[in-house]
Design a protein around this ligand. Structure first.
Ligand code: NAD
Length: 251
C-alpha cells in the first residue's frame, strides 16, 4: 500500500459497476476516500456496502451538464477538496454508420466527452486551490488506437478524450495538476458483454489480436489508474497507457 495516497480524496464517475467499481476498490485499498458518482442509486448503494466507510456516493446523471457545478460544489463543501478525478463513466452504441442519427451521435458525445470536459473544468477550479495539486485520469478505448467498425460516435468521443488529455496536461501540469489516460483493451464487463457476446466474429477478432489471449479484468484497469493517480507517478503526465494484454500492438 502506498502511504502517499492516505487521506487523499478521489471522485470516480460511473463507479457503481464494471471498471469504475474496480477503480474505486483499488483506491479504497490504498486508503483514498473515494466518492463514486453514478446514475443508478441501487448500484451505488451496493458499491458503498461493498467498499465501506472510505466510500461515499453521489447520484447524478452527468449528461445533465447543468447539474455538474452544483455536484462539485456539494462534494467540496462536504469533503474539503478533491485530489484525484477519474473520468470513467461512459456509454457505447453499436450501429451501422448510416443508421446513426444526429441525436444518437450527440447523446454519446454528451456523456463520453462533454460531461468529461465540464466535470474536469469544475474539479480543476478546485484543484488549483490545493497546495498539493491534483491528478486526473481519463478512460479512452482501443477505439481510439485503431479503427473499429459500427462504433462511430464512441470512437469520436474516445479519440477526443486522448487529445484532451494531452492538451490539459500541457496547460495544467505547470500548475501542479497531472493529466493522464488509460486505454483499456477488451475488459470483461456488462459493456463488453453487450458488444461481444452476440457477435462471436467480433469477439474472436478482439481476442485473436490480443497476444495474451484473454479478456482483461476490471481490476487490471483499477491497478493502472491507481498507479497513475498516485505520487508514484509524480513525473508522468500526458500519457495514454494501453492496458490491453497487447491488443493495441497485436498482429
Ligand atoms: P459499464 O457500463 O459497466 O459502466 C459504465 C458506468 O458509467 C455505469 O456505472 C453507468 O451507470 C455509468 N454512466 C454511464 N452514463 C452515465 C451518466 N450519464 N451519468 C453518470 N454515470 C453514467 O461499462 P465499463 O465497461 O465498466 O466501462 C467503463 C469505462 O471504460 C467507459 O468509459 C468505457 O467506455 C471504458 N471502456 C470499457 C471497455 C471494456 O471492454 N469494458 C473497453 C474500453 C473502454
Amino acid at each position: 500500500m502506498s502511504t502517499a495516497q492516505q487521506n487523499k480524496i478521489a471522485i470516480v464517475t460511473g463507479g457503481g459497476s464494471g471498471i469504475g467499481l474496480a477503480i474505486a476498490g483499488k483506491l479504497v485499498q490504498r486508503q483514498v476516500h473515494t466518492i463514486i458518482v453514478g446514475r443508478d442509486e441501487a448500484k451505488l448503494a451496493a458499491a458503498k456496502a461493498q467498499l465501506g466507510g472510505l466510500c461515499s456516493i453521489y447520484s447524478c446523471d452527468l449528461s445533465q451538464l447543468s447539474a455538474i457545478p452544483n455536484l462539485i460544489a456539494d462534494i467540496v463543501a462536504a469533503h474539503g477538496r478533491i485530489d484525484i478525478l477519474v473520468n470513467n463513466a461512459g456509454i457505447n452504441m453499436k450501429k451501422e454508420f448510416t443508421e446513426v442519427s444526429d441525436e444518437d451521435f450527440e447523446r454519446i458525445i454528451r456523456t463520453n466527452l462533454t460531461a468529461v470536459f465540464a466535470l474536469s473544468r469544475e474539479v480543476v477550479k478546485q484543484m488549483l486551490n490545493n497546495p498539493h495539486g491534483g491528478s486526473i485520469v481519463n478512460i479512452s478505448s482501443m477505439a481510439s488506437q485503431y479503427g473499429i467498425p459500427k462504433v462511430i460516435a464512441y470512437t469520436a468521443s474516445k479519440s477526443a478524450i486522448e487529445g484532451m488529455t494531452r492538451a490539459l496536461a500541457t496547460e495544467l501540469s505547470p500548475k501542479g495538476i497531472r493529466v493522464n489516460c488509460v486505454a483499456p483493451g477488451f475488459i470483461a464487463t456488462d459493456m463488453s458483454a453487450k458488444a461481444l457476446n452476440n457477435d462471436p466474429e467480433r469477439k474472436a477478432k478482439a481476442l485473436g489480436r490480443t497476444p495474451m489471449g484473454v479478456l482483461g479484468q476490471p481490476a487490471d484497469i483499477g491497478d493502472a489508474v491507481a498507479f497513475l493517480a498516485s505520487d508514484a507517478a509524480q513525473y508522468i503526465t500526458g500519457v495514454v497507457l494501453p492496458v490491453d494484454g497487447g491488443n493495441s500492438i497485436g498482429f
